[in-house]
Design a protein around this ligand. Structure first.
Ligand SMILES: C[S@@+](CC[C@H](N)C(=O)[O-])C[C@H]1O[C@@H](n2cnc3c(N)ncnc32)[C@H](O)[C@@H]1O
Length: 216
């Protein structure tokens, strides 16, 4: 059953399936979503953007039983895989949203609602003429800043050095973030496992959203 269609600027459509309790759905109104509206309770809200087959999101949800993980993925076959694995693990603190993450952040997510954002191996679009297809850009970093709580974290891992440097530059240009050292080891995503196995180097950065002036 498909009960809602979301339109993408390039006139592609995405089906938002809502019959499975593990699938999150989007309300009509804008910029209202937080952990409470999706999971029915307020708790640390963690986003895995472009979750792929969900290796990181599933492992991280297992590790963080006190938090809620929302995996966002545009490919329905991958969304179904994550749901299947989450059911096998009997996970209650993970949901999957079949959607474009940059639109979720821009038009649906509440301001200062998110504790952690993980963007692991975003599609690199290495050719110069395709750089405008990259999901991390000036606009999406503005959205990341809007939805993160003060002291909220945004983590990027990519094997594409050029993309990494371009994104690092954008975060540096924004006055809202500080580059920090990760305090813990995060579970590996499927792509991270693959690159590690092949001995291909990859790059990681973690930014913290600065607290508003006057706040501790
Ligand atoms: C290279 S894969 C990495 C998957 C996973 N993060 C990992 O590290 O194993 C990139 C994933 O992002 C998804 N993706 C790309 N653009 C997206 C978007 N705008 N919104 C949601 N998912 C997206 C792709 O379908 C793909 O599954």
């Amino acid at each position: 059953m498909v009960d809602q269609f979301c339109f993408y600027p390039e006139s592609k459509t995405l089906e938002v399936e809502t019959q499975d309790p593990l699938l999150a759905s989007l309300p009509q109104g804008g910029n209202e979503i937080d952990s409470n509206s999706i999971f029915g309770q307020t708790a640390p809200f963690i986003l895995d953007l472009g979750a792929g087959e969900g290796s990181f999101a599933l492992a991280y949800a297992l590790q963080n039983s006190g938090g809620y993980v929302l995996a966002i993925e545009k490919k329905i076959s991958r969304v179904r895989k994550i749901v299947r694995k989450a059911k096998n693990l009997n996970l209650k603190n993970l949901k999957v949203l079949h959607f474009y993450w940059e639109l979720f952040l821009k038009d649906y997510c509440k301001s200062s609602a998110v504790d952690e954002i993980h963007i692991l191996f975003p599609d690199p679009w290495p050719k110069r003429r395709h750089h405008n297809r990259r999901t991390l850009n000036f606009q999406s970093i503005e959205s990341i800043s809007r939805v993160l709580k003060p002291k909220g974290l945004c983590r990027l891992v990519t094997d594409n050095q050029d993309y990494f440097l371009a994104v690092t530059k954008l975060f540096n240009l924004s006055a809202d973030f500080e580059l920090i050292t990760p305090k813990k080891n995060y579970p590996e995503s499927l792509f991270e496992q693959r690159f590690k196995k092949m001995g291909i180097p990859y790059f990681q950065a973690l930014w913290e959203k600065k607290a508003a002036k006057g706040c501790p």
